[in-house]
Design a protein around this ligand. Structure first.
Ligand code: SDX
Length: 427
């Protein structure tokens, strides 16, 4: 006997089915609510509302669990590589060795970006924020790849996936090259995907660039940890834009813009800027803890708190361990890491943070590793976007394959009642 929920309005009772997921999550299916009752629900920020069912990622905010297609984030970060996890998220299964090689080869077929795209990037000032340039270039890819993506045709969908994975990585690094006044690099089909990121970013014409295996391994782990996170702000944006049947590049471009915000992916840059400010002001962590708790002070402890994790973000634990290992292996003694750990220790003991279940999130430690790898601070959110790309693609593909309706939330109007128009001479 499946569960139901009863809603009583003006003495009338209405019954709605309760949907149960494969991990025993439950939701009241209100598909017929307005037709039956004439009322809607109101939930700013969708804290209590599910937008879809999905088979891609499961997270439990209370227990600090994160799984991609049923595999734990701990296992994937430890044992898989980024393209393997990208394939898993997008196509639902871990690839065989043959499938993985084919996927990497097929991505390589699309890593050449139309040379005319350089005219677009030339139009930006060097001071432009890389996320703004990336959003524009991603949208511009539509102009050079106008064919809409037919998700019902498996071959075309696979082609669009490989094209997006290939071109996005290249244009993401072009945002850095542009800011530095360096020539734009090309993907090297003899190197791996993550190794190519470092080559695209840092190789200069005077000679070949060789990334250390430690750096490649750390980046691989970081990209995996950022790859998907169910219906977060930027992913919901990608699904919303895609629900109007806008193309994949246009939908991803919207996701880049949403991720840029400092409350979302932009937090990793904001964390580093906060830690540097604390360091430059003498490392007074108590002062900043007090600011974070002061209702009259807009300052928040960036990298802390989460919409759904009310326990440790499991990604933060893995990144914190990796930060220790990477900095030690690279022989980097970064005082910023010590400040981060001190802030974490203070917050975990502090009543304000404990009572609000505010723990370090994915952004709290990631910037410390990026900095040690030589990635500039204003590129940190671009790093998040590169990692999140397969998740965006997977979610967009699922939404379209499920033939979900165009997203169109309702509202409760609280504005002025009907008024008579007055001509300007009478106002
Ligand atoms: C990401 O959703 C995802 O999955 C996102 C993400 C992903 O992988 O896609 O995980 C990536 O975006 C991680 C979050 C990165 N953002 C930050 O680190 C920015 C700092 N964090 C906050 O802005 C905040 O915690 C949010 C935005 C992350 C979550 O905000 P909520 O859930 O809307 O919580 P809230 O604003 O309602 O805060 C509840 C209380 C408030 O105090 P009271 O009104 O109850 O007195 O906690 C306080 C807030 O003032 N609070 C903080 C705080 N975060 C919340 N106080 C100080 N410092 C903070 N960081």
């Amino acid at each position: 006997m499946s569960k139901t929920a009863i809603v009583e309005i003006d003495g009338k009772r209405y019954e709605f089915p309760v949907v149960e997921g494969s991990e025993n999550e439950e939701a009241i299916d209100i598909n017929k609510l307005r037709d039956l009752t004439g009322v809607i629900t109101l939930d700013p920020g969708y804290k209590n509302s599910g937008s879809c069912t999905s088979k891609i990622t499961f997270l439990d905010g209370e227990l600090g669990i994160l799984r991609y297609r049923g595999y734990s984030i701990e296992d994937l970060a430890d044992k898989a590589d980024f393209l393997e996890v990208s394939f898993l998220l997008i196509f639902g299964e871990l690839p065989t060795a043959v499938q993985l090689k084919q996927f990497e080869d097929d991505i390589r077929k699309h890593t050449l970006v139309n040379e005319e795209m350089k005219n677009i990037i030339d139009g930006f000032p060097r001071t432009a924020h890389p996320m703004g340039v990336l959003a524009a270039l991603t949208s511009a890819l539509t102009a050079f790849n106008p064919k809409s993506v037919n998700v019902d045709n498996e071959k075309e969908m696979y082609h669009a996936v490989c094209k997006t994975m290939g071109k996005f990585l290249v244009i993401a690094t072009w945002t850095y090259r542009k800011s530095m006044g360096y020539p734009l690099n090309y993907y090297d089909n003899t190197k791996g995907y993550v190794e190519n990121f470092m080559k695209l970013m840092f190789e200069i014409p005077t000679g070949p660039y060789k990334a250390s295996p430690i750096v490649i391994d750390a980046l691989n782990k970081l990209f995996i940890l950022h790859a998907d996170h169910e219906q977060n702000c930027s992913t919901s944006t990608v699904r919303m834009v895609g629900s109007s049947h806008a193309g994949l590049f246009a939908s991803i471009s919207a996701g880049v813009s949403a991720l840029w915000g400092p409350l979302h992916g932009g937090a990793n840059q904001a964390v580093l800027e906060m830690l540097e400010e604390i360091h430059n002001n003498g490392g007074d962590t108590d002062k900043y803890m007090a600011k974070a708790k002061d209702k009259n002070d807009p300052f928040r402890l960036m990298g802390f708190g989460h919409r759904v994790y009310k326990n440790f973000d499991p990604r933060a634990k893995i990144i914190k361990k990796a930060a220790d290992e990477v900095l030690e292996t690279l022989g980097v003694d970064d005082p910023i890491l010590a400040i981060a750990k001190k802030l974490e220790a203070l917050a975990l003991e502090d009543e304000y943070f404990k009572s609000r279940s505010l723990y370090p999130n994915v952004d709290f430690y990631s910037g410390i590793i990026y900095r040690a790898l030589g990635i500039p601070t204003d590129m940190f959110t671009v790093m998040f976007a590169i990692g999140r790309l397969p998740g965006w693609i997977a979610q967009w593909k699922e939404m379209r394959e499920n033939k979900e309706p165009i997203g169109r939330p309702r509202q409760i109007y609280t504005g002025s009642p009907l008024r008579d128009f007055k001509t300007v001479d009478k106002r």
